[in-house]
Design a protein around this ligand. Structure first.
Ligand code: NCD
Ligand code: ZN
Length: 368
């Protein structure tokens, strides 16, 4: 048995409010615990998006009633809300700025809008950018011009890891995360993800932002593991009906497959357990300024060999792009703040057990 600290996923689409047919705070946090995550940071591209006091209260209200693991909620940067979200910074996981198009309405095209957010948002509160390729280069320039940290979400390209490495060497305050699907899949896997039974024209199950890339990009990520600060799932559940439609939304679920895939890489000697602890606990805790979760750990059977099956998972979306993939390493038990929260396939933590990690008043051990 291997014991890991409680894992932190800084990039989860919980889908509540507004899209609870895909996922909600109950099912997302069940999936999190089953995957070995004891804390998740929720993205703001819900419906309505979380971008002001009322919508933050709406999201946090649902989380308070239903979350089974600990959490914090991101605010979304919009065209009109720079000073509003700056005032809510302390109550949030941070500010998410969508600089490229993806699922949802939040998107900032105009760089003068980036400017007002960089001017207002507190320097000690996290800013996360969805910024691909050249947009990412512009985002890094903003970090330098405003001399503040930025965290780049889900990088996937060789040119991106190169740029982040160079920026770090220059002392620019940039960190980044990589999602398991960009480490274990390429676009040549799309036909297998789409499945044999469906029309090959329906490739929606392979759609994700950033898109799946080619082997040279995947290799560049593996060759620069030391430049990658975090592994984040970008858990982005959509139903199969939606994925197989003519207008498929992009996104893969990932909470219940990340750790088994990464443990398999450890078994193959491509990664160390220490890498997993750093990139899924220590670094996200530091970057997002999260409190210690006392008496919290994850037990893993490192020898369990099995195939990933959506039918054994807790996410409401009911599918995985990794269906049938052979892995080695299974989460057997999760203890969260002294309570058994998950054991052998069963989530034991009750709805409402999860705590908001940004409630400074009720988290006496939150020293940040
Ligand atoms: C995400 C979603 O579905 O909310 N989709 C995705 O493909 N990753 C949005 C995002 O993170 O860009
Ligand atoms: Zn995302």
């Amino acid at each position: 048995m291997i014991k890991l600290p409680g894992l932190i996923d800084p990039h989860v689409h919980v889908r509540e409010p507004g899209q609870t047919h895909k996922e909600d705070w109950n099912t997302a946090t069940q999936a999190a615990l089953a995957g070995g995550f004891t804390a998740i940071l929720a993205m703001p591209n819900t419906n309505p998006p979380i971008f002001d006091r009322d919508t933050l209260n709406l999201g946090l209200g649902a989380a308070k009633l239903k979350a089974r693991c600990d959490y914090a909620q991101f605010l979304g940067a919009g065209p009109q809300n720079a000073s509003k979200v700056a005032h809510l910074a302390k109550e949030s996981a941070g500010l998410k700025m969508y600089l490229d198009s993806t699922f949802g309405e939040l998107r900032l095209d105009d760089m003068t809008l980036w400017q007002s957010h960089f001017e207002h948002f507190p320097k000690n509160a996290p800013i996360v950018l969805h910024a691909e390729s050249r947009t990412m280069a512009a985002g890094i320039l903003f970090a330098q011009l405003y001399d503040r940290p930025v965290h780049i979400a889900h990088i996937s390209l060789k040119e991106e890891i190169f740029l982040i490495k160079k920026a770090k060497e220059r002392g620019i305050k940039v960190t980044c995360e990589v999602a398991p699907h960009h480490l274990f899949l390429t676009k040549s896997d799309i036909p297998a993800i789409v499945g044999a039974g469906l029309s090959p024209a329906l490739t929606g199950r392979g759609e994700v932002r950033p898109r799946l890339t080619v082997q040279a990009d995947v290799d560049a990520l593996w060759d620069n593991l030391d430049v990658i600060d975090c592994f984040a799932t970008d858990h982005a559940p959509h139903t199969l009906e939606e994925k197989d439609s003519d207008t498929p939304p992009p996104g893969f679920p990932g909470l219940e497959t990340a750790l088994p895939l990464l443990l398999t890489a450890v078994d193959e000697g491509r990664l160390t357990l220490d890498d997993i602890i750093k990139k899924m606990h220590t670094n996200p805790k530091k970057i997002f300024n999260l409190p210690e979760q006392k008496e919290t750990w994850v037990e893993v059977d490192e020898n369990a060999t099995y195939k990933l099956r959506a039918s054994n998972m807790h996410s409401r979306c009911g599918w995985t792009p990794f269906e049938g993939m052979q892995v080695k390493g299974r989460v057997t038990r999760v203890v969260l703040r002294g309570k058994e929260a998950y054991k052998n396939g069963n989530v034991l933590a009750k709805k409402g057990f999860g705590k908001n990690l940004r409630r400074w008043d009720t988290n006496h051990d939150n020293k940040a």
